[in-house]
Design a binder for this molecule. Structure first.
Ligand SMILES: [Zn+2]
Length: 363
């Protein structure tokens, strides 16, 4: 019997999440921007399996179903497919995550995200009907817990938590907001309180901003919960990109989004720093979102290996802090076989005419 998510977190374990699927699959040719709908679960199951397996091998304890934006409403707006339904995608995505999770003791989290009707009319019944339809599929499948993720408005996220909570499994809720709060100006602390009161067992932040900013926002959530005398586990699944100049709306406002983000990619060493910051902030569910590749997850697992007492399978091909470089035989390389070298390195972009920051394209 695999231990459940709350059993692990209640025991004080560090749980490693997986990274972003849709952006990675876009790069691999299976998902289409800008709508990022997940029909790949039906069209290219082998591509989805492979990415699940890579995250798992890198150390992820949880595999999230590829169900981001998988409602009929969103599929229709996207125009990406006409012959595949949301239900088909949700079913296939649940089966794929379960199949690969069963190769280890990883858990499967089935996720829902913001709906296209909310920005149009903020109609609670319509939002809840969309989420309920996804939950109806999840309930027929072998899912360990639910995720409510990528919500810009806490109001909509609360509605989603209320629906998912009725599914009878633990619920994690992450907002894609900045330290300034949600799109309506609700501060992160208050957002966290509302999510926990709605029934969320874990709360935090995903996507939109770089890891250290997301950790900062989760800290504000934690303070809000403490002031209200509430308890919940904390989670964080940030971008795998540097976004120091991003405004409130996050990475989509950058001129480079979504097709030229590469120069902003974080290194594995950046990720180790992030994982340590998250741990020190009291966050015990640590993963990633858009921009995270499997080796970034491995870096989290390596940083957390003293606490967890294990290294992931992918570390068979990687020495901690570059240790494997010591075997090379020439000094220019062996000198790099240490933490000090990689921790203090300032990586060059190799782009002589590029600025180090850009002006966000939109407000
Ligand atoms: Zn994301």
């Amino acid at each position: 019997m695999r231990k459940g998510i709350l059993e692990r977190l209640n025991a004080g374990e560090v749980v490693i999440g997986d990274g972003g699927y849709v952006m990675q699959l876009e790069r691999r040719g299976y998902v289409k921007a800008p709508h990022f709908t997940p029909e790949a679960a039906v069209e290219h199951p082998e591509a989805v399996r492979q990415l699940h397996r890579e995250f798992q091998r890198a150390g992820a304890d949880v595999l999230q179903t590829l169900t981001f934006y998988s409602s009929d409403e969103k599929l229709q707006i996207s125009g990406n497919v006409t012959d595949i339904t949301g239900t088909q995608i949700n079913e296939a995505a649940c089966d794929l995550a379960r199949e690969i999770a069963n190769e280890s003791d990883a858990l499967v989290a089935a996720g829902v995200s913001q709906t296209p009707v909310y920005p149009v009319n903020r109609n609670q019944a319509e939002v809840k009907a969309i989420i309920q339809k996804q939950l109806d599929v999840f309930k027929r499948k072998d899912i360990d817990f639910y995720m409510v993720e990528f919500f810009k408005h806490v109001e909509e996220a609360v509605w989603a938590v209320e629906v998912m909570k009725a599914g009878g499994k633990p619920v994690g809720a992450t907002l894609c907001i900045s330290p300034q709060g949600d799109k309506d100006g609700t501060p992160p602390g208050e957002c966290a309180v509302r999510l926990v009161r709605a029934g969320a067992d874990m709360v935090g932040i995903n996507c939109h901003l770089d890891p250290l900013t997301c950790v900062r926002t989760v800290k504000l959530m934690k303070e809000g919960l403490e002031k209200a005398g509430l308890k919940a586990h904390l989670m964080v699944q940030p971008l795998g990109f540097h976004t120091p100049e991003c405004n409130h709306s996050g990475y989509t406002t950058l001129a480079e989004y979504p097709f030229a983000m590469e120069a902003r990619a974080m290194t594995r060493w950046d990720m180790q720093k992030y994982a340590r910051e998250a741990y020190n902030a009291g966050i015990r569910y640590i993963g990633g979102c858009c921009g995270f590749e499997p080796y970034h997850i491995r870096a989290i697992a390596e940083e957390m290996s003293p606490e967890r007492g294990v290294l992931p399978a992918a570390s068979d091909k990687h020495g901690l802090w570059g240790a494997a470089l010591a075997t090379y035989g020439t000094s220019f390389m062996t000198e790099r076989a240490c933490r000090e070298y990689w921790e203090n390195l300032l990586p060059a972009s190799g782009r002589p005419n590029c600025p180090s920051m850009s002006r966000p394209a939109l407000k």
